[in-house]
Design a protein around this ligand. Structure first.
Ligand code: GLU
Ligand code: MG
Length: 456
């Protein structure tokens, strides 16, 4: 929903849901959105107030657009003061009874002004507009976010991995057997189809990947899955980190994004005659994304901790290049197994992490991809193997650039492309990134990793 005056059937639906929730033991509904710094912020209402929330929204200040990850505020000459109010409107289509938080349901919100139009900095409304633009071209998108996370024993002052078994090792799955099984049960109860859950590479690290859906719902899912994992970790006395870099120098947590472009029921990545089955539109979509990756770094890898993760040879996709099933390229063309390629082929954007606001991530990637389609772009030569083996001059002659790994470089590329976001949102993004950078000034990589370890 995007209107301040929901259709009468939405109001009736809210009343119906509010009537049913208590019999499911639900007392409150958590209404969330993700801010510019990547933090999920919440207002919660009793079930009895859901009807009012659907009709009139729930108040929340726009100042959160200028909040940093430590809750300090960076006002600019345009925004960030104490004035004004916004209304949070829950999306009933996504309302979910939370399996890991007894007594609670959850719904993501759109942020509207008191006059009933989407707030210009509402990332969820922005993403919906981009999805609508795609629909205007007869295109739809299927999307998913992979969630990597690290479990900590939760009983010490410093990081202690909650398992000791090897990467991808069955030992780890045994060590966290109850937790992982309950994750699967909770996702099933919440209607989230899980593709895989498995131990990952870094100490204490696991990953869950979920099925693809439309981009707004995929961003919502990214929030829901993380809060579910967090609640279950707490139940098991564990701490959980989605931070891009839990330990400086190690392999980090990625938030890889999967995207495929569809027209009239056909997956354009698996039904064409270009490389790896791409249609011209799928290739142009990929090329548009590839071209924009440096400018999108301030959105996709927004935190000082993001730069600790973005190391070559760490499977984080530091190089703005593409390859077929290549885990060191920022853009990986995934074709999968013969037999499912027509429907399953997709693009994986590997550089993205979970400090990013997923609505902004999808809005940026999709708008860049659609721009590529409009311009009929073609992909350059593909890369195989690890690009870090190339010298600087070889990288340059192949047209491969490393993604920005400093805030200055990231914001320079972002600013050159800021019109994609509109003045106020670009202003908020720059101010928040500069604010985080200033907070971390003079800190060592270990201190930066520690500062953000339990924040995301
Ligand atoms: N953990 C790696 C990252 O930081 C990714 C590992 C993988 O390819 O799954 O993105
Ligand atoms: Mg992974």
């Amino acid at each position: 929903m995007t209107s301040a005056s929901p259709a009468p059937d939405d109001r009736a639906r809210a009343q119906q849901i509010a009537h049913e929730l208590p019999s499911l033991g639900v007392h409150g509904v958590a209404l969330t959105y993700v801010d510019t710094a990547g933090i999920t912020r919440v207002k919660a209402v009793p079930v009895s107030a859901l009807g009012s929330a659907v009709r009139w929204g729930v108040g929340m200040s726009p100042v959160f657009d200028l909040f940093l990850a430590d809750d300090s505020i960076v006002g600019t000459d345009k925004q960030g003061g104490p004035d004004g109010d916004l209304r949070l409107y829950p999306d009933l289509d996504q309302l979910t009874v939370l399996a890991a938080q007894p007594g609670w349901a959850w719904a993501p919100v759109d942020r509207l002004t008191q006059e009933g139009v989407p707030h210009v900095n509402c990332s969820r409304s922005l993403l919906r507009r981009v999805v609508d633009e795609a629909a205007g071209r007869g295109l739809s998108i299927r999307a998913a976010v992979e969630i990597e996370f690290v479990l900590d024993r939760g009983d010490g002052p410093s990081f202690e991995p909650a398992c000791s078994g090897p990467a991808y090792g069955m030992t780890r799955l045994v060590e966290q057997s109850e937790f992982c099984a309950e994750v699967l049960a909770a996702m099933a109860a919440q209607g989230v189809d899980v593709d895989q859950v498995h131990p990952e590479y870094a100490p204490g690290q696991f990953e869950i990947s979920v099925g693809a859906t439309d981009p707004v719902a995929a961003a919502d899912r990214s929030v829901l899955v993380r809060q579910t994992l967090r609640a279950l970790a707490r139940k098991y006395g564990l701490r959980i980190s989605f931070s891009p870099s839990v330990l400086a120098g190690g392999v980090g947590n990625g938030g890889h994004v999967h995207l495929s472009l569809w027209r009239g029921g056909a997956n354009l990545h698996g039904t064409g005659d270009r490389r790896y089955g791409m249609t011209p539109d799928a290739e142009a979509f990929a090329a548009g994304i590839l071209e924009a990756l440096p400018a999108l770094a301030a959105v996709n890898t927004p935190s000082p901790a993001s730069f600790l993760r973005l190391q070559p040879s760490h499977w984080a996709g530091v190089y703005a290049c593409w390859g077929h099933e290549t885990r060191e390229a920022a853009l990986r063309v995934v074709t999968g197994t013969t037999g499912v390629r027509e429907r399953a082929s997709n693009l994986e954007v590997k550089c993205v992490d979970l400090a990013a606001n997923p609505y902004l991530v999808f809005a940026g990637l999709l708008s860049a991809g659609l721009d590529g389609v409009d311009r009929g772009l073609e992909l350059p030569e593909e890369v195989t193997g690890d690009p870090s083996r190339f010298s600087a001059s070889e990288l340059a002659s192949r047209g491969i650039t490393p993604l920005p790994t400093t805030m200055d470089a990231s914001l320079a590329a972002f600013t050159a492309d800021a019109k994609r976001w509109g003045d106020l949102l670009a202003d908020a993004i720059v101010a928040v990134r500069r604010g985080e950078e200033a907070r971390m000034e003079g800190r060592s990589p270990d201190e930066v990793a520690e500062a953000y370890r339990w924040v995301y």
